[in-house]
Design a protein around this ligand. Structure first.
Ligand SMILES: C[S@@+](CC[C@H](N)C(=O)[O-])C[C@H]1O[C@@H](n2cnc3c(N)ncnc32)[C@H](O)[C@@H]1O
Ligand code: SF4
Length: 387
């Protein structure tokens, strides 16, 4: 029985860097003894823009042209984005004689619902490869093969896949199967100048900040990325940590900066907590950059919320980056029950949820909010064409 392994990398932001995601890094040494491990360049967009691509069926046709690197009896695929899952589906239909087994974060996070038939030769697995091959979790040597590219790379060394808060009504991280790296060794030390290393994509806990930050290898030209809540307990943890000389990017979902909206979405923080964090980061940490996320497309906004947004924008430190997305209702989230669909999203048999319907006056408020944010520097606007 021959086996091969596929991981995808994504050229990002006009090929300024290459995102390797997670790949098989935790089991690479083990997999290499069983078969070849291949990188496949993939233009499946990051999840935030996935729905733009889905609207353009021409883009979906392109999946038919992605070559399968090796024809083995079984092909194991690590899927980070839903587009990787769809690629596996396309290959399974193209090669009925090959058995495809897909795992990875997309399968472990309840991000889609199966609403159609799968080809018989496609198995979706929520197990880690360690579980599938019946070896101990994290028992293999962490390794990363860097694909043959000129660009600098970004990759994840995830400590914790789930979210300790897990209550925000639009998010499905709480449904993500827990996988916590015990005793991290930060084995990426020898890798040549990665651009960024992503430590957590859900929410870093106060304890994790204290444990991880002082132990990260010193890498002069690399930025360590953390997703986090801008809450008081996180602030207290950061105050007690020596950031050393490393560079950090702290990313936080503000989503909508009014106390009413934060309460509605169950964020568990107040605008005052956000402002305390911003002030601390601005005054105390010259080696920290900040990215905050705003979600538009709520049916709840009021004119007062828009005024609160203006206050927030005025208070943001100059070098802060902002990313704007339109609210998306993924299956199994509370938002999915609250809102009606405006545009349902499905690729092949995989139902991905919908863009919610909102009232005309509320749509206008979101457009005003977008105009306000776009007046500032360093804005990534993923709502273009969606609001
Ligand atoms: C990977 S999440 C992690 C956020 C981080 N844990 C926090 O709470 O600050 C990053 C961002 O994706 C965006 N996001 C997540 N789910 C979304 C949804 N259903 N619709 C629109 N944006 C979403 C939010 O802006 C969120 O802050
Ligand atoms: S948005 Fe962040 S804090 Fe809220 S549940 Fe998701 S990962 Fe956790």
């Amino acid at each position: 029985m021959t086996e091969s392994f596929i991981q995808f990398y994504t050229p990002a932001r006009h090929r300024k860097y290459i995102d390797l995601g997670n790949g098989f890094s935790d089991v690479l040494s083990y997999c290499k003894n069983r078969g070849e491990v291949h990188w496949v360049e993939h233009h499946g967009l990051i999840w935030a823009s996935t729905y733009k691509m889905i609207n353009n069926m021409m883009e979906l046709d392109k999946f038919n042209d992605v070559p399968l690197p090796e024809h083995t009896d079984i092909v194991y695929i690590s899927a980070l984005y839903t587009t990787h899952l769809y690629q596996a589906y396309v290959w399974a239909k193209q090669y009925p004689e090959i058995q495809f087994v897909v795992g990875g974060p997309v399968l472990r996070s309840n991000i889609f619902e199966l609403r159609g038939r799968l080809p018989k030769n496609l198995i979706l697995s929520t197990k880690t490869l360690e579980e599938l091959f019946e070896i101990d979790e994290f028992s293999c040597k962490w390794e990363l093969n860097i694909p043959d590219v000129d660009e600098r790379v970004v990759f994840s060394y995830t400590i914790d896949t789930s979210c300790y808060w897990g209550k925000c009504i639009y998010c499905n991280f709480s449904m993500c199967k827990d996988r916590i790296r015990q005793n991290p060794q930060y084995e990426f030390k020898g890798i040549k100048e990665p651009k960024n290393i992503r430590i957590n994509t859900s929410s870093t806990t106060p304890k994790q900040f204290k444990d991880i930050i002082p132990n990260l290898p010193v890498m002069d030209d690399t930025t360590y990325e953390f997703y986090m809540r801008f809450g008081n307990c996180e602030l207290e943890a950061l105050k007690s940590v020596d950031f050393g000389t490393n560079k950090f990017k702290l990313m936080s979902g503000i989503e909508f900066p009014s106390d009413r909206m934060l309460k509605y979405m169950n964020k568990g923080i107040t605008t005052q907590e956000i402002y305390n964090m911003l002030e601390f980061l601005e005054n105390h940490q010259s080696n920290v950059s900040i990215t905050t996320f705003i979600i538009l497309g709520w049916n709840e906004l009021t004119a007062k919320d828009i005024m609160n947004l203006q206050t927030y924008m005025d208070k943001l430190p100059n070098n802060c980056h902002i990313s704007m997305t339109r609210l998306y209702a993924r299956p199994y989230t509370k938002i999915h029950n609250i809102y009606e669909p405006y545009q349902i999203q499905q690729i092949g048999p995989f139902y991905l949820g919908f863009i919610p319907k909102i009232d005309k006056d509320k749509l206008e408020l979101s457009r005003i909010a977008r105009r306000i944010v776009n007046q500032y520097d360093n804005v990534m606007d993923y709502t273009k064409g969606l609001l």
